[in-house]
Ligand binder design. Structure first.
Ligand code: AMP
Length: 411
């Protein structure tokens, strides 16, 4: 025998007993988002690499080391989507959605791909539900978007949920703050981890993420972007906070909140669950007012988030997988009756019933046991002398004409 082939590292199969729990979360997310006017969008699984290089940002971990990129003949480079915002923005531009009433509210539920070190809650292919509201810079858009994710996570009964929020201001503020932070980090270089030191030029903000004790110590005294915001950005942020407060959603302002993607401006936020351990991020996002220009469009504000379905599942109580209802199980006593039984089950399904016929070659006794195990409401038993219909709830069994079975189960 040759070696057994397994699923690639960092990927997983969604097995039937998990599919149901996922379907519940997906249905609830869809309901919450569509009630708020979000409409579904699905973009291709792969895009031109430039979309992510320019959209997500060349200095991010995602672009630097996590993308699955492949080249086509002729030199075109494509990448399996590592995130959903840049593709949705591309679609917004490509389909002239600026002509629609703004903001355009879109949601998606798709698989994403990142070449990360696989661990509990961190995979190389994972599912995200995401929402984007494009075309308005009203702080109420930010607050509404955050509230919707809160509603989805609460509906899933996500445990030990915390919301952290901050503002990144505008690219200008960020650039001068970045230079200030770089000066500060260089002044304390000796106490920083090698990794942080290597990234002072490329991504100094990541120093706030570090676990290294010396670095953490240094970062406690670091200047904060929140203290450098322009008055209008500060006002935007304060309005978002006031709206969240008014809606009764608890949050913590976290001035060191860093998101892994470069496109964020102003509001950024993250929901974490302390029930998750190291990979505590359940969902997050923010405003990306500069992203459209990065990918070749006119300046258009946007706000959105993404939340990992696997993280939601891991952070919420396990759902008991209920067997799907079965209205009718058709059993038959001898092989000669199989065709008739097969037809009866097919007719029942066409009439809208959940119906199954024996396909495993079991004896009649085995079939009846199977019907019981599957939780069948009725069992039709086709025998050489005629057909019997058993009501599994009352245990009552009576002889019926085969062509009246459907009539009986409908009652
Ligand atoms: P991000 O696009 O990095 O902001 O991620 C948004 C959300 O997607 C996170 O909060 C996680 O819930 C989920 N997520 C991100 N990366 C992964 C991954 N590699 N495996 C599983 N879930 C992920």
């Amino acid at each position: 025998m040759s070696d057994r082939i397994k699923a690639p590292r960092g990927t997983f199969d969604v097995l039937p007993d998990q599919a149901q729990a996922r379907a519940e979360i997906e249905a609830s997310a869809k309901a919450v988002l569509e009630r708020a006017g979000y409409q579904r969008i699905e973009t291709p699984t792969f895009e031109e690499t430039a979309l992510f290089a320019r959209g997500v940002g060349a200095s991010t971990d995602v672009v630097q080391k996590e993308m699955y990129t492949f080249n086509e003949e002729g030199g075109e480079s494509f990448t399996l989507r590592p995130e959903g915002t840049a593709p949705v923005c591309r679609a917004y531009l490509e389909h002239g959605m600026h002509k629609l009433p703004q903001p355009v509210r879109l949601w998606y539920l798709s698989t994403f791909f990142r070449r990360e070190r696989p661990q509990h809650g961190r995979y190389r292919q994972f599912w995200q539900v995401g929402a984007e509201a494009i075309g308005s810079d009203d702080p109420a858009v930010d607050a509404e978007s955050i509230l919707l994710l809160a509603e989805i996570l609460e509906a899933a009964r996500t445990r030990e949920l915390r919301l952290r929020i901050s503002s990144l201001g505008t690219p200008d503020t960020r650039a001068s703050y970045r230079a200030e932070l770089q000066r500060y980090l260089r002044a304390h270089e000796g106490r920083l981890s090698q990794e942080v030191r290597d990234r002072i030029d490329l991504n100094p903000l990541r120093a706030f993420d570090a676990d290294h004790p010396g670095t953490r110590e240094v970062m406690r005294g670091a200047p904060l972007l929140l203290d450098r915001l322009r008055p209008e950005d500060r006002e935007h942020f304060d309005t978002v906070l006031a709206l969240l407060e008014g809606a009764g959603l608890a949050y913590e302002v976290d001035p060191a909140l860093v998101r892994g993607l470069d496109y964020y401006t102003r509001t950024v936020f993250e929901f974490t669950s302390d029930a998750l351990g190291a990979q505590s991020g359940v969902g997050g996002g923010g405003r990306y007012d500069g992203l459209m220009e990065q990918i070749g469009g006119a300046a258009t504000p946007g706000m959105g988030w993404a939340s990992g379905i696997e993280r939601i599942l891991l952070a919420s109580p396990e759902r008991a997988a209920a067997a799907p209802p079965l209205d009718l199980f058709v059993a038959y006593a001898s092989p000669a009756l199989k065709e008739q039984a097969f037809r009866l089950a097919a007719d029942a399904r066409r009439a809208g019933h959940a119906a199954r016929v024996e396909l495993g070659g079991r004896s009649l006794k085995g079939q009846l046991k199977q019907a019981d195990r599957a939780g069948a409401r009725f069992v039709a038993i086709l025998g050489d002398e005629g057909t019997a219909l058993k009501d599994m709830e009352s245990g009552e069994q009576r002889d019926v004409e085969t062509n009246t079975v459907m009539h009986h189960i409908r009652r």
